[in-house]
Design a protein around this ligand. Structure first.
Ligand code: GLN
Length: 382
């Protein structure tokens, strides 16, 4: 008999992204659910990776990552945010942003520690905390613009608070933090032992001329931060699953202890190709304008439907209420929408541990114009 497992994650099922992408395929629906571009990535970059393979860069990379890639990342952090990062001791290349976040939590958390998490929250955060025996202290972002209530954060700090996780631009809502948020974060964490995990995977997908408030800009915040990035998001290649973490050397030392016995090192030819390609600043500086145009197109098209669009200032996503269409729970509505209307989305209740339902769906607009038009053609009929 197969022995039963006492689950470490008893409340976790299959992720909503897997469920909705599966349904989209089954019902041949337009997939505006899971966040990924449906257009090709840059061929110069795929060429560089092919070349790296042909040039025999096919054995293990160093544990912290291919050094020229770490050097290119340090150079970029200095150019964009004025930060002085040591590529040798303060950067580790990871198999994606999710893994960087998990490794940061695993490096710092002890059983019983508390982590402040803002809901709606990207779905991996709370399981990452709980698998380490720690407790997620869930605070609501304030609907409808989903800003952080810093008074509530202050009231929620206890001697057990080990970390705060920030995600800007934010998945699923597209909200972004500003200078006032930085001031509040500073006031709350100064002189404490609280760490910051900063999920900045959408650093280049920020709209309306708003500057990205990276922790890399602020030495006093960076000294307590693990800053996590996704190269898949920057180069339209989410399937490559490559990212990195930047943290001060003493924090990175612990991070690498987790990393070296979990993954050890990442895909070598992709790192070699990216190290050469990252010198091309235009490839990431142009992203915001490109994605903002998609947001604007989708928002304009959606005006002909009965969805009520919320604001998105960043990420791949925009949310919309559907009170004028249905009274169903968001999960039931999104499943019916996929099966009957032929458009897959993500119900925002999936980003709350206890499924809070504001009757809002998340739409991914990092798609071809034709895809967005086909989706809206179906949605106007509702
Ligand atoms: N980050 C992507 C999203 O929010 C999905 C990633 C995944 O499927 N795990 O849609």
């Amino acid at each position: 008999m197969t022995p039963p497992i006492q689950s470490k994650l008893p409340n976790v099922g299959t992720t909503i992204f897997t469920v909705m992408s599966g349904l989209a395929t089954e019902y041949n629906a337009v997939n505006l659910g899971q966040g990924f571009p449906d257009y090709p990535m840059n061929h110069e970059l795929t060429g560089l990776v092919n070349k790296a393979m042909q040039d025999n860069y096919n054995q293990y990379a160093p544990m912290p990552g291919w050094l020229p890639l770490r050097e290119a990342i340090a150079e970029k952090a200095s150019f964009l945010y004025g930060s002085n990062i040591n590529p040798d001791t303060e950067i580790t290349i990871t198999p994606g942003g999710t893994y960087a976040i998990y490794s940061a939590f695993t490096a710092i958390l002890q059983p019983g520690d508390e982590v402040i998490v803002f809901e709606p929250a990207y779905d991996s955060y709370i399981p990452n905390i709980e698998i380490n025996g720690a407790v997620a202290v869930r605070l609501p972002l304030v609907y409808p613009d989903y800003h952080i209530d810093w008074n509530l954060v202050q009231q929620s700090i206890t001697p057990k608070t080990k970390a705060i996780i920030i995600n800007s631009p934010h998945n699923p809502t597209g909200s972004v933090i500003g200078e006032k948020d930085i001031e509040a974060l500073r006031a709350i964490t100064a002189g404490t032992g609280i760490f910051i995990i900063s999920d900045e995977v959408y650093e280049h997908l920020i709209f309306d001329g708003i500057p990205h408030q990276s922790m890399l800009r602020y030495p006093d915040l960076l000294e307590r931060s693990f800053v996590c990035f996704s190269l898949g998001k920057v180069y339209n290649c989410t399937g490559w699953k490559l990212g990195y973490c930047i943290a001060p050397a003493p924090l990175m030392k612990e991070f690498r202890k987790v990393h070296q016995f979990n993954c050890f090192s990442c895909h070598t030819p992709v790192q070699v190709g990216l190290a050469a390609f990252m010198k091309n600043r235009e490839a990431y500086l142009g992203l915001s304008a490109e994605m903002q145009a998609k947001r604007d197109l989708f928002t304009e098209l959606m005006k002909s439907t009965r969805f009520d669009m919320l604001q998105s200032h960043g990420s791949y996503f925009i949310c919309a209420g559907y009170n004028r269409i249905s009274e169903e729970a968001d999960k039931a509505f999104s499943i019916r929408l996929t099966k009957e209307a032929g458009v897959a989305t993500i119900p925002v209740s999936a980003f709350y541990q206890h499924g809070k339902d504001d009757k809002v769906l998340r739409f991914c607009f990092s798609k071809n114009q034709d895809t967005l038009e086909r989706a809206v053609e179906k949605l106007v009929r509702l």
